[in-house]
Design a protein around this ligand. Structure first.
Ligand code: ATP
Ligand code: PRP
Length: 211
């Protein structure tokens, strides 16, 4: 039996789409894969082990080599800036990173406040715009910040736009389109090049993209 490859899978939003994609690529994931509370799942018929992690932690596991490969949103890749290879755009969980705020408002002239779950992306974006800002890190319900006077703007994910709309906020700028990516630890990639390129080829085939 070949040595098992460890795959870091993000729990939450990306999970179901990632599982569907892997099944289409003919990976025999057990039916209970979606329901279990287990955090490590080994496949019977393929030399694969899955670890189920918080989406933001996937690049950490891959950088440290405890996972050989993983699936992570481009947003997470940009925020975490880990030393990993990005092998393939999986074209799932599409959304975008945006700057949003209350309509018809200027940012404060002095140290405007930006609330975000993505402090690194937010500070880099405003630095590139030549704006000196104060970043306020939040962990969720980011849209609250401008509504209750905590921040002038937010940097957050927009998907359908429903959360912005229902809270009377508008988008001021798009920062980056986001989809999920297949990533690899550089050393694992060299050691398991055949297995990893085989996985990339199977996924490319499903996605109908060619090198
Ligand atoms: N509407 C959306 N909101 C947030 N993330 C989205 C959305 N649509 C797609 N995504 C993708 O899904 C990933 C986030 O998944 P999820 O919301 O499950 O994780 P999370 O934000 O860490 O969750 P939580 O902190 O609520 O447990 C993002 O990294 C992004 O790539
Ligand atoms: O454009 P939409 O389709 O409305 O999706 C965007 C919303 O979804 C995410 O929040 P999430 O549901 O993860 O909640 P939280 O960040 O408050 O935990 C994101 O932070 C936005 O608030």
């Amino acid at each position: 039996m070949k040595e098992r490859l460890t795959v870091a899978m993000p729990k939450g939003r990306i999970f179901d789409e990632a599982v569907e994609l892997l099944r289409k690529a003919d990976y025999q994931l057990p039916p209970e894969f979606e329901d279990t509370r287990k955090l490590i799942i080994e496949l019977e018929h393929e030399p694969l082990r899955f670890i189920l992690s918080k989406p933001m932690d996937v690049p950490t596991y891959v950088e440290h080599g405890v996972a050989d490969i993983g699936i992570a949103g481009k947003d997470v890749m940009m925020e975490e800036e880990r030393d990993v290879y990005e092998l393939l755009d999986l074209q799932i969980s599409a959304c975008h990173l945006a700057v949003a705020g209350l309509p018809n408002t200027e940012m404060s002239k002095v140290a405007p406040k930006i609330a975000s779950k993505y402090p690194n992306i937010a500070s880099q974006y405003f630095r590139e715009q030549g704006e000196q800002v104060e970043i306020i890190k939040l962990n969720g319900s980011i849209e609250l910040a401008p509504m209750i006077g905590l921040a002038d703007r937010i940097v957050d994910i927009v998907s359908t736009g429903q959360t912005l709309r229902e809270n009377g906020l508008v988008e001021y700028a798009t920062i980056k389109k986001v989809t999920s990516r297949l990533i690899a630890n550089p050393v694992s990639y060299r050691l398991h090049e055949r297995e990893i390129t085989d996985m990339v080829a199977r996924l490319r085939n499903v996605l109908n993209v060619h090198a």
